[in-house]
Design a protein around this ligand. Structure first.
Ligand code: NI
Length: 248
């Protein structure tokens, strides 16, 4: 079920049977010469919706902008400061909790969100308990990064060897190609395999990674890979959701 395609009565009916909800969270940021600006949000959304279908869970609207400060030297990137994203997540979860949702599973599409999302969970618990004391103790948030599960990593190794990369990765671009075949981009990638490594601020990032990619060769991306990657991610996250709901 998608929250946005439901009526309030349907949500009320759902809450009579389940307190679980899935929230996709991504980013709006450059993904190299062949990657869509919306890559991270598209991946999180497509996977979250399929998990929702697999486990009959409510899927809330994606948080489409994340913490992308380091990509700000490239046009099109939109970011929340970490402190803003903490507030967005806190307000979002407290809204859901107000209606009775208690287990909130975030399906994340962007590595740059991880630290901030985890910080936001503690802000949220503190705010919930400040309002409702012990009555808020059952509120639980979890973060799953779709690309980090073992089945997805294994498939990436099989498909791309050591050329998947860590940004504008062949795998995430494959997922968007499957989801939006009419928006597949082609461009000369020079060098074909982008350099790897770390970075500091946005200008330093662009100096080290001039076309925006890190360690990746997205010329290897293909829509049919995307379909397989989605299936692997969905199977893993669906099992995690069931455990999350069943856990004491
Ligand atoms: Ni990405």
């Amino acid at each position: 079920m998608q929250l946005q395609l439901s009526t309030w009565q349907e949500v009320e009916g759902y809450l009579a049977n389940s307190t679980g909800v899935i929230v996709p969270i991504g980013s709006t940021e450059q993904h190299g010469p062949t990657g869509l600006i919306g890559t991270d949000t598209i991946c999180a959304e497509v996977i979250a919706r399929r998990v929702g279908e697999a486990v009959d869970a409510m899927v809330a609207p994606a948080i489409a902008v994340g913490m992308a400060e380091h990509h700000m030297a490239f046009p099109g990137t939109v970011t929340y400061r970490p402190s803003t994203l903490v507030r967005v997540i806190c307000d979002y979860v407290l809204s859901l909790a107000r209606h009775g949702f208690q287990r909130v599973l975030f399906v994340n599409g962007h590595g740059g969100n991880i630290a901030t999302v985890n910080a936001a969970f503690y802000e949220t618990y503190a705010a919930a308990e400040a309002r409702a004391g012990a009555n808020a103790r059952d509120l639980r948030c979890r973060l799953l990064n779709w690309w980090m599960s073992e089945p997805v990593r294994k498939l990436c190794r099989e498909l791309y060897g050591d050329r998947n990369g860590s940004h504008a990765a062949a795998s995430e671009i494959s997922v968007t190609q499957f989801a939006y075949p009419d928006a597949i981009k082609r461009a000369l990638l020079d060098p074909p395999l982008a350099p790897g490594g770390g970075f500091y601020g946005p200008e330093d990032f662009r100096r080290r990674f001039p076309d925006g990619r890190i360690g990746s060769d997205p010329s290897l991306a293909a829509p049919e890979h995307g379909e397989r990657l989605i299936a692997a991610a969905v199977e893993h996250i669906a099992a995690e959701y069931r455990d999350f709901m069943a856990a004491d």
